[in-house]
Design a protein around this ligand. Structure first.
Ligand code: ATP
Ligand code: MG
Length: 358
């Protein structure tokens, strides 16, 4: 079992390298779908884990669709929270990071009815057993403690399939934990073709999307567990330099004075070293050696300066954008309009393939 998943990870890694080469040669053969749940403000884990990569791919010329997955907020909680503020906060970070809304279609789930309607035929193509053994669903469920699984949580990989396939994206940048979702999306695309039919020109309606694996590891939060926007352990992209300094002072370290980079035995210290290294574009070993006997205090001082320096530009741009909410709502209205046009076309094609034209 483990060997199987190791082999499949190795295959996906190899394939991702081939795709990177293909992007460098001809980015126009790809369309990317990516996105976030508006469950909180984006943090520096998102920057190094996904935002930076999205900017790189868009700048390389790959057409990109960016979903703010508002319906997926309620897979694992009882209410939507301050959803409007959170949607606008995500949008501000995207634009400040350099994701150009003229080129990238940024949209919200709930604004695109035809996308959501794809869920009905798609749900007919998966079995209850397949959904229940999805490892990502299982681990998300573990994160929510004793909370019973909602129907929306169980079917969320299929909803994600609709997010990907409504715009016929053939590439999805993911971490390795998301590979089972991609497999689910490929299965749905294939079964749709086998069971329901094709476009008028006899092409499969949907492509089988591929994963593009990111290189970055997980950034830990101030408490030493994964930095996560629904936990209270993040350094948000939009925080001030002072807020950052205060929070980093509280970050968990250990009692060994000499600073080293040893993720296995010293996860918290190594996470801070890694963070400084990422911000400074240096290797973590070098950064650790520079701090040497400076201890936790020296480490925190260096990380704070590195984070504040790295994100000063982003924060200034973000503050300007937030000061003009009219601009943000115009960006979203435009993205939603474009996403709706594409979703309507795809749903028409689905109806034709399924002979549901009356
Ligand atoms: P939530 O608490 O709602 O689950 P989250 O902060 O865990 O939010 P997600 O929306 O689950 O963020 O993550 C989206 C993507 O952002 C991930 O697939 C990953 O690529 C990246 N990411 C999130 N957190 C981190 C992190 N701590 N380190 C590195 N990458 C991260
Ligand atoms: Mg998460």
């Amino acid at each position: 079992m483990l060997a199987d998943s190791d082999a499949s990870l190795a295959r996906s890694t190899e394939r991702s390298a081939e795709i990177e080469d293909a992007i460098a040669t001809d980015p126009s053969q790809f369309r990317i779908l990516t996105g976030d749940r508006p469950t909180g403000n984006l943090h520096i884990g998102h920057w190094f884990g996904s935002l930076e990569n999205r900017v790189r791919l868009a700048e390389a010329g790959v057409e990109t669709f960016l979903i703010i997955a508002d319906y997926q907020v309620i897979t694992d909680r009882d209410g939507v929270g301050p959803i409007r503020e959170r949607v606008y906060s995500l949008l501000a970070d995207y634009v400040a990071a350099g994701l150009d809304p003229k080129k990238i279609t940024i949209f919200t789930h709930s604004s695109v009815p035809a996308l959501n309607q794809l869920l009905l035929p798609f749900l007919s193509l998966v079995t209850d057993a397949e959904l229940r053994r999805n490892p990502t669903v299982k681990s998300e469920l573990d994160d929510t403690g004793d909370r019973p699984m909602s129907g929306l949580m169980l079917t969320y990989p299929v909803h994600q399939t609709a997010d990907i396939l409504f715009c016929k994206a053939n590439l999805v940048p993911v971490g390795k934990d998301q590979l089972p979702h991609l497999e689910q999306a490929r299965t749905v695309a294939r079964r749709f073709d086998e069971r329901y039919g094709r476009s008028v020109d006899d092409h499969p309606v949907f492509p089988e999307p591929e994963a593009l694996l990111g290189r970055s590891g997980t950034i830990l939060g101030l408490d030493g567990s994964k930095m996560s926007k629904s936990k209270n352990n993040t350094i948000e992209l939009g925080m001030t330099a002072d807020q950052t300094a205060k929070l980093l002072k509280r970050a968990v370290t250990d009692s060994v004075r000499h600073i080293s980079y040893d993720p296995t035995n010293r996860p918290e210290v190594s996470n801070l070293v890694n963070l400084a290294a990422l911000c400074l574009d240096r290797s973590p070993e070098e950064v650790a050696a520079d701090i040497g006997d400076g201890g936790g205090g020296g480490l925190k001082k260096l990380v704070t300066e590195a984070v504040n320096e790295r994100f000063a530009g982003h924060r200034a741009r973000r503050a300007d954008i937030v000061a003009d909410p009219g601009q943000l709502s115009a960006i979203l209205a435009d993205g939603n309009k474009r996403a709706n046009a594409i979703a309507d076309d795809t749903l028409d094609e689905v109806r034709r393939a399924m002979r549901m034209v009356y």
